[in-house]
Write a protein that binds this ligand. Sequence first.
Ligand code: SF4
Ligand code: F3S
Ligand code: FES
Length: 235
Amino acid sequence: MEIRLRVFRFQPEKDQRPRYDVYTIETDPNERILDLLEYVRGDVDGSLSFRRSCAHGVCGSDAMRINGRNLLACKVLVKDLGTSEITVEPLLGLRVIKDLIVDMDPFFDHFKSVLPYFINDDVPEDGKEFRQSPDQRERYDDTTKCILCAACTTSCPSFWSHEQYVGPAAIVNAHRFIFDSRDAAAEQRLEKLNEHFGVWRCRTAFNCTEACPREIKVTQAIAEVKRVLISGKIE
Ligand code: SF4
Ligand code: F3S
Ligand code: FES
């Protein structure tokens, strides 16, 4: 089939404004959007810039807007889009560095601000490891699946209007440790999330849940963190 691929192009140091380059490509409906971009960069225009690493939905580096939705380019097939007109643009809400590459620093600063790592200075009872029941492990299973692709945070209207909002991805990663029975730093994380630009900036828009390529129940995780802040109990 023949498709018309429109790609957002912008090099801020050189270009006065962004433009869209259009490529007409003969392709198989089972090709991924990432394959089309690779083709353009390899055979048509080597200056096209985008991020990719694993090409299998694991690293989270190729999240972008494809026909208006935040998706991983390596997980979307041409036939999934149901059209031969395909527009590819960078994620919203983060500064464009070049073409489809955005500045991820503000996103990772929010992520780091919630202490997204295991904290417990106590010595385990058996001197070796902290034990956990299957139910306790299950409690935070969903939020362990995050690949930090930023599809959620950059689809959130609250983040678009306030880039200081910590954002759904950071809250998901805080949730992963707040509900881990072995961790001892929930209070520090909750204090951060109770601030002006913490969880209360979430207006339950659900865009984040819709955008997540790992199908994490993002809005539910945010609601669970809000509930802990109201009740003072981690359940
Ligand atoms: Fe990506 Fe989902 Fe993690 Fe958000 S919660 S960063 S959408 S994997
Ligand atoms: Fe934004 Fe998701 Fe809340 S889209 S407003 S973080 S439910
Ligand atoms: Fe790694 Fe797509 S390239 S998730």
